[in-house]
Ligand binder design. Structure first.
Ligand code: SF4
Length: 411
């Protein structure tokens, strides 16, 4: 979502005649788009912002603004703590940027600037109504708001006209989207009907919005990539209840089972929090057993850290930092072995890879993704270009990355 917001901000700036500088030292405007989801993200942003202060010595006209969730979360106190800042702007006020910078109230906000030639993030929903006990997002992003379908489809048409073929629909609880009777599955259908769209992804869905209507379209619409990032957070029903996640372990596993019985290679990735306040050893082991059952293709795994202002931050933490770290390591070790096992299932398969970029490590290789979101490296061919779909055979694994070989087309 932050990447998309940055692309929107870049579009607003370009619309007003401002273009990217090649280095911070050359810039007249520096905007720092921040994340508040973890305390560490805020600390890193603050350290980075302090680093920028020295640039004001050489450029008296330099304007530095802090945007994003930290601007909302810390508000005016940021201006007191970082007095050299020129302004702060929370996510729901980005349309004010031209007025702040150029005293020019913009009549319209342009679509986000494309960050590459093959894939576009398209925000369809912002905010979150869920109020998970550990999460700051509803406080900084507000209640759910859904974008008009006509505007979504228009932005997709603009992106595809520029050559994009993969569309990633974005929202904090993206599959909860609704607009005047139009459901998320119905919107997916409309996006799939756009001829130039070849692959559709969406992040981040919430398990409670996996309706039979959604499962039905996921299984029947060929353009929807067989991958989902579906945060589970814990495998213990009692911890899920404390987290206010609003689903059970069984309901979550039912979704996994539906997707994998339709396609055993359906890519499923997740988020896990270890050491939630009060999590017992047995509750933690239920998370390990959920990993064993769900066989995730990958996971973002974290030790719990409290976010001030959330309900769980006021709960007494009985688990030591060391124990949290130990649990995190146990989850990581188990998940890594499962990720590798899932990657091995791809060996020998014929897959269509969307080429993303030349490998940074080796310029004779390209990096791309399968439909089920596996990273593949593939030897470069003279006709390869960003955004091209290439047939290949998966022949090996390097770390957790697959190695592919292009299939020569018969003449
Ligand atoms: S659904 Fe996601 S964004 Fe919303 S409160 Fe829960 S964790 Fe935060």
């Amino acid at each position: 979502m932050n990447e998309y917001d940055s692309a929107r901000l870049a579009a607003i700036l370009e619309f007003n005649g401002v273009f990217p500088a090649f280095a911070p030292e050359k810039a007249d405007i520096i905007l720092v788009n921040t994340c508040s989801v973890r305390a560490k993200a805020e600390e890193s942003a603050i350290a980075r912002i302090w680093d920028l202060k020295k640039l004001k010595i050489g450029n008296k006209g330099l304007k530095i603004g802090v945007l994003g969730c930290m601007a909302k979360n810390r508000g005016e106190s940021l201006l007191k703590d970082l007095p050299f800042l020129d302004f702060i702007l929370p996510p729901d006020e980005y349309q004010k940027l031209p007025e702040i910078l150029f005293h020019n109230p913009a009549p319209q906000t342009p679509f986000a600037k494309l960050s590459n030639k093959y894939s576009a993030f398209i925000a369809i929903q912002s905010g979150c109504n869920m109020r998970c006990a550990y999460c700051i997002v509803p406080y900084v992003r507000g209640r759910e708001q859904y974008r008009e379908p006509a505007s979504i489809l228009e932005e997709i048409e603009v992106a595809t006209a520029a050559g994009v073929s993969e569309i990633v629909l974005l929202g904090q609880t993206v599959n909860g989207y609704r607009y005047k009777g139009l459901s998320f599955p119905a919107l997916l259908k409309q996006v799939a009907n756009i001829e130039q769209v070849e692959r559709i992804r969406f992040i981040s869905p919430h398990p409670i919005h996996y309706t039979s209507e959604l499962l039905d379209i996921l299984m029947n619409e060929q353009k929807i990539a067989p991958h989902v990032h579906l945060p589970v957070q814990s495998g213990s029903n009692s911890v899920l209840k404390k987290m206010k996640r609003q689903y059970t372990r069984e309901a979550y596993l039912n979704i996994v089972q539906s997707l994998r019985s339709f396609n055993p290679l359906y890519g499923i990735t997740t988020d896990i929090i270890c050491g939630y306040p009060g999590e017992s050893e047995q509750e933690f082991e239920e998370t390990l057993s959920l990993l064993q059952e769900a066989r995730f293709d990958g996971a973002f795994m974290f030790a719990y850290s409290p976010r001030e202002g959330t309900p769980s931050a006021s709960e007494k933490e009985l688990i030591t930092e060391q124990e949290k770290k130990n649990r995190l390591q146990r989850v990581i070790d188990l998940q890594h072995s499962i990720t590798l096992e899932r990657a091995k299932l791809m060996l020998g398969r014929q897959e269509i890879i969307l080429l993303e970029k030349l490998s940074r490590r080796n310029s004779s290789e390209w990096v791309g993704k399968t439909g089920n979101f596996k990273k593949v490296i593939i030897p470069a061919q003279p006709d390869f270009r960003e955004g091209m779909y290439v047939d290949c055979v998966i022949e090996g694994i390097r770390g957790h990355t697959l190695k592919g070989s292009p299939i020569k087309k018969q003449m």
